[in-house]
Design a protein around this ligand. Sequence first.
Ligand code: GLU
Length: 479
Amino acid sequence: MEKIRTRFAPSPTGYLHIGGLRTALYGYLYAKKQGGEFVLRIEDTDTARYVDGSVQIIYDTMRDSGIMYDEGPDVGGNYGPYVQSERKSIYTEYAKKLVELGGAYYCFCSPERIASLKDEDGNVRYDKHCLKLTKEEIEQKIANGEPYVIRQNVPESGTGSYHDLVYGDISVDYKDIEDGILIKSDGMPTYNFANVIDDHLMGITHVIRGTEYLSSTPKYNLMYDAFGWERPVYIHLPPIMKDATRKLSKRHGDVSYEDFVKKGYVKEAIVNYIALLGWSPKTNTEKMSLAELTESFSLDGISKSPSIFDETKMRWLSGEYIKEMSDDEFVERGMPFFKESKVYGKYDLKKIASLLKTRVEIFSQIPEKINFLEEFDKYDLALYTHKKMKTDLEIAKTVLPIAREKIANLKEFTFDSVHDAVMETVGELGMKNGQVFWCVRVAISGKESTPGGVMEIAELLGKEETLRRLDFSINLING
Ligand code: GLU
């Protein structure tokens, strides 16, 4: 059987949108599942949209996310060059061939003439004017140095049909397709031409891309047919939406892989989540590594309907990955965020990690979760009043001195010994556990919520700091 070859063909126009990365991921999964090859091609022929540095972003994102290509500009391969701007002479050669085959023609019309073709809605539709030129006229004009473009010669009637593996049978009337430009006056190809030439020459068997190309595919097929080339198999992917009516776009905030990594999402969770944007596995598991995704990926799980990007769900998945990390891994991966915290360098990060692992979903929550470890200062005494715990400031006044004494007397300062000291306080005062634990926790953290309770916090703080905080709080509540 023929080897499956898929490609990701981004245009370097800035950041790499989540939708683009999903296209890449599906191309990768589809090829890898079947032992095929996945190719990266940079489509940079639209110089007006080119953004400096964005090719590097594409390389970095793909490596970092694990969606790695077998062939591409920076890794090489047998079908290069993999950057379209380096393939200009190839496009010229094939455009000339297509002209000879009748699938395209030279057009010398001036911009003024083109503008004069505007209909009442302001749309321009080329009228095949230059199709009538004789071979001699064309040669003469070229010899005279007249500027020209090469246009596709689309039949005036008939229907172009093909079968898309997701969307089924697609038909477009040729009368609705205009004779679009294939080679611009600067000699550069348009996407409409380059994608066909490259997909064919690079041996791409399955073209996977967004639905925006669903209705232009018949005109690409005309070219495959004119050249006598086998058409690839098409797999168009549903759009990714912000909500029921709006496409996900930069205007709505973060939409790139990089943005989410910066926000502290676990990379594997981002990849895992985008795999689920438009595809669902047959099993009930949603948390899947790249290897597991590769194993279970299949086209019949791809949905036709748009998928809505749900950041909350991606966040939940990120939390699931964090829960399973070792303390060391949490420290290593969360390091940029530990470094942002004022606490950095003062505490044992591994201990903090074991406390936070089940309590954060994204690493950027780290600084806020451990801010109780920072400089301990005045806090709101209203924190002692808690209806459910049945505590208030008066109860704290009774609890804290006793608890302080019991903790001070501890020879060994451990999770268990602190627990015993607080329980002894409960026994001596005949109060409810909640009353005492609540007061002590507020007294040593100054916060309404903390990752972990009295024992975890005390263990992190150590005996000296725990007592210092208790003393501070006793002073504070006694005004
Ligand atoms: N350069 C095109 C884009 O970024 C690629 C479309 C395709 O995959 O054919 O939309």
